[in-house]
Ligand binder design. Structure first.
Ligand code: NAI
Length: 723
């Protein structure tokens, strides 16, 4: 018998055993070797001492219940390691199964987050009670890392709630539920308000169910909702893969497909065989490239970004208490809401009291919806709204320790509003602009303290978009950068830090994606195919419809201004084949986009998108060779990846993690790639394979695909992009 080192065994005089997960060497419990050995040891002991045991409570001494699998270990697995990956989970699954089938009641007292492996441990228990702890989350988010829950998660959720609910509520989206919502959706049986109540209820369950078993271990158990073996279910079965394909738009995500297969196949066989099927599909995923990409981005890169790698060290943090938001339009209103939600007092200023009040109205609307859906309480809504003070009077900004400006995109106006408030806000207030295109260095010229001036680029809609791009101007000081970083974290968003440059990182790189889509139209490619290529590459947005949303005139204006600036500085500005298409759309056909009555699409009076404008097919007729579908997809992906390398080369980007996270969270670069630079790492043949393909695209479609020197050097040295 091995000894249990990470699970404490305490048996009281009534025969109730409390198993406390408590890794002595780590701040959280993870699925490491010591833990695997401990579960086996606990199963041995439970079987040996079975007659003295009345029931078992599983809980944890850490803040979280259990943190999950060892991702560092997983990311190292190669395609040849599938056998190893298959075997890895077998021992622990067998041990959990032995405890589950001991014939004694087993209760999970979930004291904190139970995601992935943590919830799988809870699923192996007969009864699950979650503590209503703030921030606690329950679910199986493996799919968001390109994986599936292989600790019995697929097998047990299918048996617990039926194939359809298991797929839709738990497995395919990887939803993370609060304890209350986990209860509503059948993931747990009870929610307790205090740890004492949780443990008392666990004991009550044991008292009431001396011979508890899992429902699926009772003879004659049927999976709720049926299985493919029943004719009614079988009739609906083909709809599953079809819906999945529709949802994914043909993008290359293998995890949902494997999850579906594991759930359906596993429902038709006995429990043990189902676990084997689950393990086989997992092994295929964990040794593949997509899971590696997603783990790299969502776990390691996101952690690096959030932990403050880009924040200057040694600057003391001081939370913002009162922020001035200048401009209560679409962005200002969203920013005000996000700040108030994080507990910051907001003074929301616009030119008139009515305009400012309208901005606050946006928060009111969002909160009304949240109350209706039970996501917030009326008291919390009132408290949040009370923190937003709309005003037209600059005097109201007294005492603000940070300013976020979001007035019209006009440098003279932006200078003017900063002039107006400089003497009113706190003398050392942090000064931020939410400009999406104007150079921060230029805007800083208009303020008395340029060292305190910085770009804070939010994305629309602010309440939903998790990223904020922080832009350092030439004169921005370290103190301002650190404070801006802290402010973004304070409002619970993810910061990336870039240096000032036209379009910064995000707008510049997404522009390459859009230009590529537009260029394809110019080459006479069927517009619907262009949209389809973007979807199949994994982009969440249709490229031509995105262009219409932005309006064609805005990028044109930026393009012309940039060209002028570059040429004035003695440089040359390369033509892009999209330029001519945009010019013709605006000048010749009068189609500047959605707001202007139509662009690549036609719209109804109320703005609903109707169909692609038929004129595209007549005015941009195909000449010359066909563009293969694969080339269309790769042209979009490569255009963004190559420009990101240039951003790194030029020092606009200073970290690979920022590029990967910024591209996925800010501008919809496909998540399966792990981000713009990880896409190059993971491309077949790595950076060398990517470089060779870029040369090929350059020969066929133009010099914009020629790989930059930094990429060529990496490829030659056999290096990947990493920090
Ligand atoms: P908007 O047009 O919705 O709002 C601008 C607001 O500023 C209006 O309410 C206007 O009354 C107000 N304003 C004008 N002069 C003012 C003054 N002197 N004092 C106070 N308020 C004044 O514009 P939106 O879309 O909110 O954009 C604002 C800024 O955010 C722009 O710089 C824009 O480039 C940037 N941005 C926009 C994004 C977008 O998706 N719309 C994304 C990221 C940044």
């Amino acid at each position: 018998m091995t000894e249990s080192t990470t699970i404490r065994w305490d048996q009281d005089e009534t025969g109730v055993v409390t198993l406390t997960l408590d890794d002595p060497h780590q701040s959280a419990n993870t699925m490491n070797q010591a833990f695997k050995d401990s579960v086996a040891a606990v199963a041995d002991r439970a079987e040996a001492e079975r007659d003295t045991i009345r029931g078992i409570i599983v809980t944890s001494a850490k803040k979280t219940f259990f943190a999950g699998g060892d991702l560092k270990e997983m990311i190292r697995l190669r395609p040849g390691d599938a056998g190893l990956a298959f075997e890895a989970g077998t021992a622990i699954k067998r041990a959990l199964r032995r405890i589950e089938t001991l014939g004694k009641p087993v209760v999970a007292a979930i004291n904190g987050a139970a995601l992935g492996g943590g919830y799988e441990i809870a699923l192996a228990c007969h009864h699950r009670i979650a503590l209503d702890a703030p921030g606690s989350r329950i679910g199986l988010p493996e799919v968001t890392l390109g994986l599936l829950p292989a600790g019995g998660g697929v097998t047990r959720t299918v048996r617990l709630m039926g194939i359809t609910d298991a797929l839709l509520k738990v497995l395919l989206q990887g939803t993370q539920y609060t304890p209350r919502r986990a209860l509503e959706n059948g993931l747990v049986h009870e929610v307790a308000a205090t740890p004492e109540e949780m443990l008392a209820r666990a004991r009550a369950f044991i008292d009431a169910h001396p011979e508890s078993r899992q429902p699926w271990d009772v003879k004659g158990y049927k999976i709720p909702g049926g299985t493919p073996a029943s004719p009614r279910f079988a009739a609906n079965l083909p709809a599953f893969p079809a819906n999945l394909r529709k949802q994914l738009g043909g993008a290359p995500y293998p995890a949902p497909r494997n999850i579906l297969a594991a759930a359906v196949e596993g429902s038709q066989v006995d429990f043990e065989t189902a676990q084997t099927i689950e393990a086989r599909y997992f092994a295929e995923l964990v040794t593949g490239q997509t899971a590696k990409n997603m783990i790299q981005a969502f776990f390691f890169d996101l952690q690096a970004v959030n932990s403050g790698a880009g924040r200057p060290r040694g600057v003391e943090s001081r939370p913002v208490r009162r922020v001035a938001v200048l401009g209560a339009g679409m962005m200002g209103a969203g920013i005000a809401y996000a700040c108030a939600k994080a507990g910051i007092e907001v003074v929301l200023k616009d030119v008139s009291a009515e305009a400012a009040a309208r901005g606050k109205g946006y928060a009111e609307k969002l909160l009304a919806k949240a109350v209706a859906r039970g996501r917030t309480t009326e008291a919390d809504r009132d408290a949040l709204l009370a923190r937003i003070t709309p005003t037209a009077d600059p005097a109201g900004l007294a005492g603000c320790d940070a300013v976020i400006e979001a007035v019209f995109e006009d440098p003279a106006l932006k200078h003017k509003v900063f002039q107006e408030i400089q003497g009113i806000v706190a003398p050392d207030a942090l000064l931020c602009s939410n400009t999406s295109t104007l150079p921060i260095t230029l805007l800083a010229e208009g303020v008395a303290r340029p060292a305190d001036f910085i770009g804070l680029h939010f994305f629309s809609p602010v309440d939903k978009m998790p990223l904020v791009e922080i832009i350092k101007g030439e004169r921005t000081g370290d103190e301002a950068l650190a404070r801006a970083f802290d402010l973004v974290r304070q409002i619970r968003k993810t910061p990336i830090v870039v240096n000032d440059s036209r379009g910064f990182f995000t707008s510049r790189v997404i522009g390459q994606f859009i230009n590529e889509g537009v260029a394809l139209v110019g080459e006479g490619v069927e517009p619907a195919s262009v949209e389809q290529a973007a979807a199949q590459a994994g982009y969440p947005a249709k490229v031509l419809s995105l262009m219409d949303e932005l309006t064609l005139t805005l990028p044109r204006k930026i393009r012309d201004e940039t060209r002028r600036a570059v040429e004035e500085a003695g440089g040359s500005w390369p033509e892009h084949p999209a330029d001519a298409v945009i010019d013709r759309m605006v000048d010749e056909f009068g189609r500047p986009g959605r707001g202007g009555g139509g662009g690549f699409y036609e719209y109804a009076e109320d703005g609903t998108r109707l169909r692609l404008w038929p004129g595209l097919r007549t005015h941009f007729a195909r000449e010359g060779a066909e563009v293969p579908f694969e080339d269309m997809k790769e042209r979009m992906l490569f255009a963004e990846a190559l420009d990101s390398v240039r951003c790194l080369e030029e020092g606009v980007l200073t970290s690979v993690a920022d590029a990967n996270i910024g591209s996925i969270m800010g501008i919809g670069f496909p998540a399966w790639t792990g981000g713009v630079l990880q896409y190059i790492n993971g491309y077949e043949g790595g950076p060398a394979g990517f470089t060779a393909r870029a040369h090929e695209l350059a020969e066929r479609y133009g010099e914009r695909f020629r790989p930059p020197a930094l990429l060529v050097a990496k490829a030659e040295r056999g290096e990947t992009f990493h920090d």
